[in-house]
Design a protein around this ligand. Structure first.
Ligand SMILES: *Cc1c(COP(=O)(O)O)cnc(C)c1O
Length: 457
């Protein structure tokens, strides 16, 4: 088979400012070893996140120029609504400025003190918004999810018996919803099978609990279903996407991922009463229901982006990128979560630096090393992100894995950028014994990874 090429040409370029390792050492210290505190200009290959960092298409930019900036009832809203109805089948489409705004509204109207919200895995902002209402966020992934070497095709699946146990223990009345995150971002960008979503649906029906998708990467998830799930290869991605949404009572979407835009979000609900309350909260803090905190041009970009993301040539290239990086890193001896995720690869930092215990943040040590060695910006997903204390002061349970995520912006980097990144990671791996543990100097209570200050031990 020939190389799967980037299915686009490049019309506009942004220069990358080259830096030396010595320069980066100084910049890293000035940023207190937290790559979120670096200036983007000081980064060579920015794999911090795939969120809002993608390149828009010529058609999306054309939509930006067409944007109708009327306060209410703008034509851009109706184009956005039609596009999302077409993709998801949901009738009620609320725009928000990004995923967490959808989450805040969802949890405010559905969760609260004493409630328990199970999921395959809550993303960091999802967990924070859930806990902010006084509810408890519980992860019930299948056991394979915690084994980096397991090649289970759907490591994002929910463990159905464990989910049922959580529901029974809490009492169904105290479980306001079950969340299925597609793909499972914090668990390695791993997909959830259609069979698993159907099983969650059946369980939710039995206990009369709504099923909500955290659908940030719905198209990548559908692509994996088409590739890996028996009987699915003949179906179009669009029809798989539609079935995923048909199984849900609601969905939160960060359009900064598979919406292919730089800013935007969506909240989908079926229940008319919930739509009403969500709309009221939207107006209270985001904006009127036909713009939700966005400009008309942003709604145009989303309307087009949601159509482009389900194109199968795009998805083949997208998923192949992560797979290619996975192959290169495994060949270099770097343990990653196998198989590759859709939008990112996840380095097993505990394997990378066995000499650094979780309390000294092996993931953050690798993140610092990658920046120093290659100017690559990555993100820790381990004891920095999920450690610390709960709002009541008790320590959070230790995360199952110490990971470093390399997330791939959509349609931004070429194969040689990825080759350079793989070479830099292999170089750091060869000198991994020189990596030192990290300690926290200063950190806020919630979402501490964004702003914490660290030092090298
Ligand atoms: C990014 C993300 C969110 C939050 O979306 P924002 O647009 O960053 O607010 C929620 N869930 C998952 C799985 C995500 O990847």
């Amino acid at each position: 088979m020939k190389t799967i090429i980037e299915p686009f040409r490049i019309k506009v370029v942004e220069p990358i400012r080259m830096t030396t390792e010595a320069e980066r050492d100084g910049l890293l210290r000035a940023a207190h070893f937290n790559t979120f505190l670096l200036r983007a200009d000081d980064v060579l290959i920015d794999l911090l996140t795939d969120s809002g960092t993608g390149a828009m298409s010529a058609e999306q930019w054309a939509g930006v120029m067409r944007g109708d900036e009327s306060y209410a009832g703008a034509s851009s809203f109706f184009r956005f609504q039609a596009s999302l109805r077409d993709i998801t089948g949901f009738e009620h489409i609320l725009p928000t400025h990004q995923g967490r705004a959808s989450e805040r509204i969802l949890f405010q109207i559905m969760a609260g003190p004493g409630k328990v919200v199970p999921a395959n895995a809550h993303f960091d902002t999802t967990r924070a918004n859930c806990e902010a209402t006084g509810a408890r966020a519980v992860n019930v992934p299948i056991p394979e999810a915690a084994d980096p070497r397991s090649r289970h095709p759907f490591k994002g699946n929910i463990d159905i018996p464990r989910l049922e146990a959580v529901i029974q223990e809490a009492g169904p009345a105290n479980v306001p919803m079950v969340i299925v995150t597609v793909t499972n971002n914090t668990g390695g960008g791993q997909p959830v099978s259609l069979e698993n979503i159907r099983a969650v649906r059946a369980l939710c029906d039995r206990y009369k609990i709504p099923l909500v998708l955290d659908a940030c990467r719905f198209a990548e998830n559908a692509w994996f279903i088409k590739q890996r799930e028996p009987g699915m290869s003949v179906r179009s991605v669009r029809s798989i996407v539609r079935e995923m949404f048909d199984l849900a009572d609601g969905a939160t979407i960060s359009a900064k991922k598979d919406g292919m835009v730089n800013i935007g979000g969506v909240l989908l609900l079926r229940d008319a009463g919930l739509v009403q309350r969500a709309g009221e909260l939207l107006i209270l803090t985001e904006g009127y229901i036909t713009y939700g905190g966005l400009a008309g041009r942003d709604l145009e970009a989303m309307a087009q982006g949601f159509q482009e993301v389900v194109q199968e040539d795009y998805l083949a290239y997208r998923v192949r990128t992560a797979e290619y990086m996975a192959e290169r890193l495994l060949k270099a001896g770097v343990q990653i979560i196998e198989p590759a995720g859709g939008h990112a690869i996840y380095i097993d930092a505990a394997h990378f630096c066995p000499h650094i215990p979780p309390a000294h943040f092996p993931g953050q040590a690798v993140v610092a090393g990658l920046y120093r060695t290659g100017g690559i910006r990555a993100c820790e997903i381990g004891s920095v992100m999920f450690g610390g204390t709960l709002p009541d002061g008790t320590p959070r349970p230790a995360p199952a894995m110490e990971l470093v995520r390399l997330a791939f912006p959509r349609r931004v980097y070429t194969q040689s950028h990825f080759d350079y990144a793989a070479e830099s990671i292999a170089e750091l791996f060869a000198k991994r014994a020189t990596l030192r543990g990290i300690k926290i100097i200063e950190a806020p209570q919630a979402l501490r990874h964004f702003t914490a200050k660290f030092a090298e031990m």
